[in-house]
Design a protein around this ligand. Structure first.
Ligand code: IPE
Ligand code: IPE
Ligand code: MG
Length: 231
C-alpha cells in the first residue's frame, strides 16, 4: 500500500483441522470454514489497498495426508474456485495459481485455467493461490528452466528470480501464519529472504477483515533494514 509499502502479503492458512476438532466436526468442515475466512482476508486486503495477496492452500507435502482429505481439497478447488467467479469480477480480483500444475486432477487444471483466463484483466488486487506449491521445487524448477534455455552464464540470484513462476510479482513484504506454528513449511522460500514474519495463535477459520488490519498495524511498527542501517 502507498503509505506503508505493504504491497505483497503472504498468508500460511493453518489450523482448519484444529478448528473443526474443537467442535467435534470432521476436518473437512474446517477447510470449508477456512474458505470463508479466505474470502474475508481478500476483502480486508482490498480495504487496506494491498495489491498482492499470496495464500498457501496446498503444499507439495500435503499429498501425504489421507486420500479422503486430499480428494476433498482437490474437489474444493475444482468447484469453489470457478464458483466464486462473480465475486472476483465484481471486486476486480485477478486470480493466479502458483505451484506445479502437472499431477493435478483434470477438473482442477480446468478450473485453474478458466479462472486465470477470466480474471486476467482485473486490477484491484492479485490473489495468488499457492496450490501444489513448494518453495524448494519452485527453485529447482527455475534452475531446470535455465538449463533448458541453454543459458551458460553463471547462475545468479537475479537469474533464478527471473525464472521463477510469475517473475513480475513483487517480493513478499510480510508472511503471516495462523494457528500458532512458527515455521514456513516450504512457503515462498526464495522471496522470504527479507520478509517480515508474523505468527498468530488465532486459527485460520477465525480470521477476518479486522485481523488483516491488525496485521498491517503491526507491520507499520517494523523497521526494515535489508542489511543496511535502516532509515
Ligand atoms: C491448513 O489447515 C489447511 C491446509 C494445509 C490444507 P490444516 O489442515 O493444516 O489444519 P491443522 O493444522 O490440522 O489444524
Ligand atoms: C502448511 O500447513 C501448508 C498450508 C497451509 C497449505 P501444514 O499444516 O501442512 O504445515 P505443517 O505440516 O504443520 O508444517
Ligand atoms: Mg496444519
Amino acid at each position: 500500500m502507498a503509505d506503508n509499502n505493504l504491497e505483497h502479503l503472504g498468508i500460511i492458512m493453518d489450523g482448519n483441522g484444529r478448528w473443526a476438532s474443537k467442535r467435534h466436526l470432521p476436518r473437512t468442515a474446517g477447510h470449508l470454514e477456512g474458505l470463508k475466512a479466505l474470502k474475508r482476508c481478500i476483502l480486508g486486503s482490498i480495504e487496506m489497498d494491498i495489491k498482492f495477496l499470496s495464500l498457501y492452500a496446498f503444499s507439495t507435502e500435503n499429498w501425504s495426508r489421507p486420500k479422503t482429505e486430499v480428494n476433498y481439497l482437490m474437489n474444493l478447488i475444482a468447484t469453489k474456485l470457478p464458483g466464486e467467479l462473480k465475486f472476483y469480477m465484481s471486486k476486480g480480483i485477478r486470480i493466479l495459481i502458483r505451484g506445479r500444475k502437472e499431477n493435478l486432477p483434470q477438473n482442477v487444471s480446468e478450473a485453474i485455467t478458466k479462472v486465470e483466463d477470466a480474471t486476467k484483466e482485473n486490477s484491484i488486487i492479485t490473489v495468488i493461490i499457492c496450490f501444489n506449491y513448494g518453495g524448494q521445487s519452485e527453485i529447482a524448477d527455475a534452475i531446470n528452466k535455465i538449463i533448458e534455455k541453454k543459458i551458460t552464464t553463471l547462475i545468479t540470484p537475479e537469474l533464478i528470480r527471473e525464472n521463477i513462476q510469475f517473475p513480475f510479482l513483487p517480493p513478499v513484504d510480510m508472511i503471516v501464519r495462523s494457528a500458532g506454528e512458527k515455521r514456513l513449511s516450504n512457503f515462498l522460500l526464495w522471496e522470504s529472504a527479507y520478509s517480515e514474519l508474523g505468527f498468530y495463535d488465532k486459527l485460520f477459520p477465525d480470521w477476518n477483515e479486522d485481523f488483516i488490519k491488525e496485521i498491517i498495524i503491526e507491520f507499520l511498527t517494523r523497521t526494515r533494514k535489508f542489511g543496511g542501517l535502516g532509515k
